[in-house]
Write a protein that binds this ligand. Structure first.
Ligand SMILES: [Zn+2]
Ligand SMILES: [Zn+2]
Length: 342
C-alpha cells in the first residue's frame, strides 16, 4: 500500500483537516501520480456541504495535474517523470455504448468517480486529489501538453472539458454566435474556447461589475441578464447558449436569444427547471455532463496549440478552507488551484 497525506472533510459544512491514508498497490494497468496541483471545483464544495455520515472522511479533488511516479507492468503509454492530468472519472465499464463512444461520464453502469465513488474492482471508496498521490487506471490518465502550466491546466480537467464538450457537440466554429451564461470557473473557459473556435461570444451575467472582466476574456458583448431591453435586443441571434449558472433561474429569456433550432445546454444543475413551453418552440434544451476521454484528449491538444488554460489563484493545500470560504462567496477570478507541494 502507498502512504498518502491529504485534506478531508469529516462532517457536513465542517473544516477540512489533514488525513493520512493509503492508496492501493499498483495493478498491472495502474499509474501512480504525484499530485502537484488540484483545482477547487464547485462540486467539491457541494460534496462537503452534503456529506453523509457514512461517507466521511472524504478527500475531494477531481481536476489535477502531476507527475508519474510509478507504472504497472502492463502500462505502455506512460513513464516515470511524465507530466500528466486526471479528471473526474477514473474508470468505467468499457463495454456500454457510452463507453465505446469514449463518453465515459455517461457510462450505463455509472462511471467510477475520482472521489466519493466506489472502485469497480475492490469495492473501496475513492478518495480525491487534495492529496500527495493518486493511483489511477492508465486509460484515464492524460499526457499534459508541453507548454501548459500545470497549475493553470488543472481546471481544464473538469471545468474545461465540461464546457468544451457542449461547444464541440454543437459544432461551434466561425460564423456562429455563442452565449455563455455566468462568468466563473466554467464560464471563463467557455468564453476562451468559443473564441478560439472562431465564434462570436456573448456573456450573460447577473453582475454588471463582471462585464469588463468578461470582455478581457474575449467576449464580444456582455449582457446583464436582468436588463430586459438588452435581452430582447439579443432575441433570435445565438446558435448555442452554454449555461453555467448553478442557482435556479428562469430559462425562458435565455431560450428566446436562440435562433431557430438553437440549443440551450445546462451545465449547472438546479433541482428543477423553470421554463415557458412556448420559449422552447423550435429550440432545444439539454443538460450536459462532463466530457469523456475522447473529448479530453481533443481539448488538451487544442489547449496546447492555442495556449489556453484557466485563470487561477494558487493557494497552498493547507489553505483549502480559505479557498472553500471564498469560493462559496464568489470571491475568485476564476478558479482556485491548490498547490499540493507548497
Ligand atoms: Zn468538477
Ligand atoms: Zn460504460
Amino acid at each position: 500500500m502507498r502512504h498518502v497525506t491529504g485534506y478531508a472533510a469529516f462532517e457536513p459544512d465542517g473544516q477540512l483537516r489533514p488525513l493520512e491514508f493509503w492508496r492501493r498497490d499498483l495493478r498491472p494497468d495502474d499509474v501512480a501520480v504525484r499530485v502537484t496541483h488540484v483545482g477547487v471545483c464547485h462540486s467539491d464544495l457541494h460534496a462537503v456541504e452534503g456529506l453523509r455520515s457514512g461517507a466521511a472522511p472524504l478527500v475531494p479533488g477531481h481536476e489535477f495535474t502531476g507527475e508519474v511516479t510509478a507504472v504497472g507492468p502492463e502500462v505502455t503509454g506512460f513513464r516515470v517523470g511524465d507530466r500528466v492530468a486526471v479528471g473526474n472519472v477514473v474508470d468505467s465499464c468499457g463495454r456500454c455504448p457510452s463507453c465505446l463512444a469514449h463518453r465515459e461520464p455517461y457510462c450505463l453502469e455509472f462511471p467510477q468517480l475520482t472521489y466519493g465513488g466506489v472502485d469497480r474492482h475492490d469495492g473501496t471508496a475513492t478518495q480525491g486529489a487534495y492529496s500527495t498521490e493518486y493511483v489511477v487506471r492508465d486509460a484515464f490518465v492524460y499526457a499534459l501538453p508541453g507548454d501548459l502550466d500545470p497549475a493553470a491546466a488543472a481546471p481544464l480537467m473538469c471545468a474545461g472539458v465540461t464546457t468544451w464538450s457542449p461547444l464541440r457537440r454543437a459544432g461551434v466554429g466561425p460564423g456562429q454566435a455563442v452565449g455563455v451564461v455566468g462568468a466563473g470557473g466554467l464560464g471563463h473557459l467557455a468564453v476562451r474556447f468559443a473564441k478560439a473556435l472562431g465564434a462570436e461570444v456573448v456573456v450573460f451575467t447577473t453582475s454588471p461589475d463582471k462585464a469588463e472582466a468578461a470582455r478581457r476574456l474575449g467576449a464580444d458583448d456582455v449582457v446583464v441578464s436582468r436588463d430586459e431591453v438588452a435581452m430582447t435586443a439579443r432575441a433570435g441571434s445565438l446558435d448555442v447558449v452554454v449555461d453555467t449558472a448553478s442557482a435556479a433561474h428562469d430559462l425562458s429569456p435565455l431560450l428566446r436569444t436562440l435562433r431557430l433550432d438553437g440549443r440551450l445546454v445546462l451545465l449547472g444543475l438546479p433541482d428543477r427547471l423553470d421554463v415557458e413551453t412556448m420559449a422552447l418552440l423550435g429550440r432545444s434544451l439539454s443538460v450536459s455532463g462532463s466530457g469523456g476521454s475522447g473529448e479530453i484528449r481533443e481539448m488538451l491538444a487544442f489547449c496546447g496549440t492555442h495556449g489556453i488554460a484557466a485563470d487561477v489563484e494558487v493557494l497552498p493545500l493547507a489553505e483549502v478552507n480559505t479557498a472553500f470560504r471564498r469560493l462559496a462567496a464568489g470571491d475568485v477570478r476564476w478558479r482556485f488551484v491548490l498547490d499540493v507541494a507548497a
